[in-house]
Each structure stands twice: as C-alpha cells, then as structure tokens.
Design a protein around this ligand. Structure first.
Ligand code: HEM
Length: 624
C-alpha cells in the first residue's frame, strides 16, 4: 500500500467534489481544430417553477447564489483555459517526431523502418492526448463532471496529469471492453483494493488473481435462480415496511427524506439475503446499524480523502474518529463471526443433500449456501466476502432508487405510464417472479435511471503489464479510470443524452446490457468482474419501485434543499432527497349502463379492503 500512497493522495483529491445536478452542453470551438470544447451552460434539470428545493430555489437565498455565481465564473474560466489550449499537450511521442523529421529530410521509409527496428526503440505509437493542470481547477465538483468536459475535448482516452502524477481516463466503449473483458487479465483493481482493504480485506471486489478466481467460483452459484425467486417475496416484505412508514408520513402530512429511507430499505434486504440477519433498520436504530453506517461512511471518506490519514502513525491510534471506526468495525466483525458460527451449527445439524439449486427454506441466505456447499475457506475470508457483498449490494441499490425517484418527480408522464403498468400487472398483490418479465416499463425506467446515474460512475483499474489501447501503447502500472458516466452520456452515441427517456429502450427489445450495447452501456460492469448481483439488484429495484408507485405519488417537497451530487463509491445527494408523499387516489369509477349479474369478481377494486400490508386503507386499497 505504501508504494502507491502519493498517487492515492493525488487521486483522492480529484475525488473530493460536489456539483449541481446540471447538464453540460458541448459547443464546438473552431479555434481548436474542430475539436469539441465545452462551454459550461446548464439546461433545466431543475424543478418546476414554484416548487421548492430546485437548484435555483433552495431556501438559503443570498449565500448560495453568491457561491453559485462564483462557481459558474470558475467553470467559465476553466472552459476558457481549456479552449485556449493551455491543457493541451503535443500528441506525438519523441520517436514519432524524430522519425517524422528524418522523413521530411528525405530519408526513405525503408531506411527509417530498418533504423527504428535496429535501434530497438519503441514502436511509433502516438502519444496519448494529455490534459495538464492544477487539481484546484476541478476540485469543487463531483469528479466525474470535469472528466466529462475534458472527455468532450480530448476524446475517448486521455491522460490527466497533475505534476508528476497521472491517470488515464477512458470513455471509449471499445477501450473499456478491452480493459474489462478482452484483456482483463492484464488489469487489477489498483487503488480501489488499497482503499477498501481495511473493510473488505480480500473480499470479491478488491481481490485480484488467484484469490479472486477461487472466491468468485465459490460465490456465484449461491445466487442461483431459485434463490433470486425466493428473494422476491423478501423484497416485497421489506418494501411493505417502507410503505407503512410512508403511509404514516402521508397521514401526518410530513415530508420524508427518501435517500436515507432507501438506504435503510436496501440494508434490511441485503442483510437478510447475505447472512439472514434482520437489521430492521427501517424501524430501529440499533448499535449494529449505526456501526455498519460508521464503517460505510469511513469507506466513502477514505475514497475521497486528501491524505491517507488512516496511515499516519500515532494519529490513527489517538484520533477519536479512527477510534470510533475501529470500534464499529470490531462490532460488525464480531456480529459477522457470530452469524457464521450460528449458520455453521445449523448446517451441521441439517440433513444435507447439497445440489446446484440448494436452498434452506428457513435460511435461504448466501452464507448458508456457502457453508452447505462445503466451501473450504478461512473465517476471515468468509467474513471479507460477506462484508463485501453487504457493502456492494447496499449503497448501489439505494442510490439507484434515490435517483430513480428524483427523475420520476420531474417527469409526470413517465410516472403515470409506470403507475398504469404496475396497476395492470400487480393489482393488489405482492410481486412474484413471473411479474418481473411483465413489468417491462418499470425495468426500462430503472435501465434509464442507471444510464443517467451509473453506480459507481467510475470503474478503477491498474495495468499489470504493457498493453495497446486503441492506437495507444500504455505502460505497466498505469492507474485507469473508466468513466461509465461519460460512456452513458456520450452525445454522439445517445440521442438527447441527458434526457430521462425510458422510451429509448423498446419494450419488445432485449433488456439492455453491456453485451447488446457493445460496452456503451455498463450498468453492472462487464467481463469476468461483472457484478454478481445484477439480477438480484434488478428485481430488488423493480419490486421496490412498483410497490411504492402503485400506492403513492411523490413530489419534491416545498422548500427542500437543492438536489446536488456528491460522490463516494456511488453518487449521493449532498443534502438528501426530501419529498412529499401522498396516497394515490382511486381512478374514478366509470358507471356502465348494463346491469351486471350479481357475482363477486375478485379483480374489482372494492374500497376499504385489507391491503397487502394488512392495513385497512379507504383510499388506495387496490394499489397498496
Ligand atoms: C443496482 C445495484 C448494483 C449495481 C449498480 C452494481 C454495480 C456493480 C458494478 C458496476 C460492478 C463492477 C465493478 C468493477 O468492474 O470494478 C459490480 C461488482 C460487484 N457487485 Fe454489484 N451492483 C449492484 C448490486 C449488487 C448486489 C445486490 C450485490 C450482492 C449480492 C453485488 C455484488 C457485487 C460484487 C461481489 C462485485 C464484484 C465482482 C467481482 O469483482 O468479481 N452488487 N457491481
């Protein structure tokens, strides 16, 4: 770890950022050889006029607008500097220039070929376009935003240099494919593994090489179809608990902060799924829930820290924050060790007949599957894997739900279409596995939300050997950021790239993924390190969205803070997503002239029936 600390320091600074949720419009600057230059103009991702909490309508008046003006001025200055070519570095390598020069002097191609071959010099690859500058220029934004602006100027691969340090920024689908899939063996997780070591150890996300291969082979089978189908009812039960909470808020006329509620919902879900533990965090704030959040926050803080403070001798032992992190980590680890021990006892007492789709009905968790499969692994490794899945499956899904509801609040037509589909597919019951293929528009809404807000927005790699990326040669030890944000918003690939438009994915087409979109769309990564929880997460978010929108309408709350982005591992809001939640009204009953035969049809909505949550609900019984 120590070897790469200076880099860590540097890269971490890039990550320390926040930004308004605004859209950048590229304009072409003829001075720069026709290359694309961004002027920082923003289009209206804001709220409707008159509703509170829009980007321009935060209740903080003067101070924020001054800050905003300064911010816009600073961005305009950065754009001017980019346009002036200040960041641009010559594109050809020294051997290339030398060879060019000799050629101009009349040296024949054959001689040049021989000379350069004989000299054993590097092949004449063009030099990777380079953006140079001071880190301060891009510090005050969520780090993937300035990377987007630079991408529109420098293209699908460029080097971002700050003094002696540099990063390769990749936004080209074919280069991403080479790194993630075609030549994935030549890349490791690099800095990511270093930052996450304290919490995930050699868990599946940070692990590389043989450990990763063995663990992936052991864990993937645990997420088999039967397990995922079983999870659907658990997703429904957990979402139902959230519905009850929202019901109470709707009755009391209280606004709710949805981001933290989604975080709790997905924590409850992932705890049950991975190690059969009910955090019950939607109801109670126990010590363990707090400890999990302390650990999670620390992981996020470390990924954006200006210096690796956790490495400083003495400081790490006396800092109150580090002490509380260590105590939280100890509690979480002890809890996991306990759960492993309990599960081991259960498996020992079980009459086991292990097979491919093995599942214990009382405890269908991934942990139970792993132990029953005879997974021969140390408790520490098992704990690292559980912790990894807990973190990987929690914040990502919560972020997807948060941004989906943010987007829906701005597009009432999409919301209406979504509610129609959910009404007709689900009616009044809990979702089951068969509904997943019927809730097509709901899936498209999630697909589109993941396009606009990919979680995480950047994938990190380090080259383990030399490689050729496009027409460029790269060295061993290059730190690489693959910007999924850029891939997903590329203006030449996507029509109206910044628009939330679920219709762009035809309902009768395949579910979009990295393969059928040829790496222009990477919601779950790609290649051998693709997310193992993709199906789990897709169904989890479909169930949650469907159950919530059939029962409630969601609007940004009056006077809510503006929705701005900040990043750790996933994209968060800076001040939460404050919404007004109201129960949906029954659609008007249209009387028919025919007198029906007196026969009770269970599909007719009768007011005042028991809802799936067990409550009597006069207004929305058919939708609860
Ligand atoms: C909507 C929710 C989710 C999103 C958007 C998401 C996204 C991703 C992405 C993009 C990667 C690739 C990372 C890389 O290549 O560097 C990944 C890997 C991973 N995800 Fe997910 N994920 C989600 C939910 C889950 C869930 C629910 C689980 C666990 C059940 C999970 C477990 C993992 C693991 C273990 C890896 C590492 C795989 C490996 O390196 O072999 N994820 N995820």
């Amino acid at each position: 770890m120590a070897a790469s600390l200076p880099f860590l320091h540097f890269s971490a600074q890039i990550l320390q950022t926040k930004v308004h949720s605004k859209i950048f419009k590229p304009t072409v600057n003829p001075k720069l050889n026709g290359s694309c230059v961004i002027s920082c103009s923003y289009s209206s991702n804001e709220r409707e006029p008159g509703r509170g909490g829009g980007v321009d309508s935060g209740g903080d008046g003067g101070v924020k607008s001054v800050e905003r003006l300064l911010e816009e001025k600073r961005r305009a200055k950065l754009s001017d500097r980019i346009a002036s070519g200040e960041y641009t570095v010559k594109k050809y390598s020294f051997p290339g220039q030398f060879r060019n020069g000799l050629s101009k002097l009349g040296v024949s191609e054959e001689v040049l070929e021989f000379l350069f071959k004989w000299m054993g010099g590097p092949e004449d690859y063009p030099r990777i376009p380079e953006a140079k500058g001071t880190i301060g220029a891009i510090r005050s934004e969520a780090f993937f935003i300035p990377l987007y602006r630079l991408y529109l100027i420098y293209g699908g691969i460029f080097r971002l240099s700050f003094g002696p340090k540099s990063l390769l920024i990749v936004s080209d689908p074919l280069i991403a494919k080479r790194i993630l899939k075609d030549n994935s063996k030549a890349y490791s997780k690099g800095i990511l593994a270093e930052i996450l070591d304290f919490v995930m150890g050699k868990g599946l996300i940070p692990a590389d090489g043989e450990i990763w291969r063995v663990r992936r082979r052991a864990i993937v089978p645990a997420l088999h179809q039967k397990f995922v189908a079983k999870m659907i009812s658990m997703f429904g039960e957990a979402t139902d608990r959230l519905c009850k909470k929202l019901d109470a808020a709707a009755s009391d006329g209280e606004d709710v902060e949805m981001e933290s509620l989604f975080s709790r919902l997905t924590l409850d879900i992932i705890g049950k799924a991975v190690f059969n533990y009910d955090f019950d965090s939607l109801k109670v704030d126990t010590g363990i829930v707090e400890a999990v959040y302390t650990v999670l926050r620390e992981a996020e803080d470390r990924s954006v820290a200006p210096i690796p403070f956790w490495e400083i001798p003495i400081w790490k032992d006396i800092s109150p924050k580090q002490k509380s992190v260590n105590a939280a980590l100890k509690l979480v680890n002890e809890t996991l060790d306990n759960l492993i021990a309990i599960c081991k006892r259960m498996v020992d007492e079980e009459e086991l007949q292990f097979h491919e789709e093995y599942m214990n009905e009382q405890d269908p968790s991934i942990l139970h599957f792993l132990l029953a499969s005879g997974d021969d692994v140390s408790s520490k490794q098992l704990r690292d894997d559980l912790m990894t899945m807990l973190i990987a499956g929690h914040e990502t899904s919560a972020a997807v739900l948060t941004w989906t509801f943010y987007l829906l609040s701005k597009e009432p037509n999409v919301m209406a279409k979504l509610q129609n589909e959910v009404d007709s597919v689900l009616g009044d019951r809990f979702p089951v596995i068969d509904d997943m293929k019927k809730l097509k528009y709901t899936s498209r809404v999630i697909n589109e939300s993941l396009r606009l807000y990919p979680q995480p927005p950047i994938l990190i790699r380090r080259s383990l050997e030399e490689d050729t990326l496009g027409k460029y040669r790269i060295k061993r030890g290059e730190d690489i950021f693959i910007s999924v944000w850029n891939l997903h918003r590329c203006p030449s690939h996507w029509e109206d790239a910044d628009k939330f438009n679920p219709e762009r994915w035809p309902l009768d087409g395949p579910n979009p993924n990295e393969t059928n979109q040829n790496f222009s769309y990477l919601p779950f990564g790609g290649g051998p390190r693709k997310c193992i929880g993709d199906m789990f997460a897709s169904f989890e978010t479909v169930v949650a969205v469907a159950m919530l929108v059939r029962r409630f309408d969601f609007q940004m709350a009056l006077g809510a803070p503006p929705v701005e982005m900040t990043t750790g591992a996933t994209i968060h809001t800076t001040e939460g997503l404050k919404m007004t939640v109201t129960r949906r009204r029954q659609p008007p009953i249209i009387p028919t002239l025919e007198t029906p035969t007196v026969k009770i049809d269970s599909s007719i909505n009768i007011p005042s029936v028991k809802t799936v949550s067990g409550q009597t609900d006069e207004v929305s019984s058919a939708r609860s």
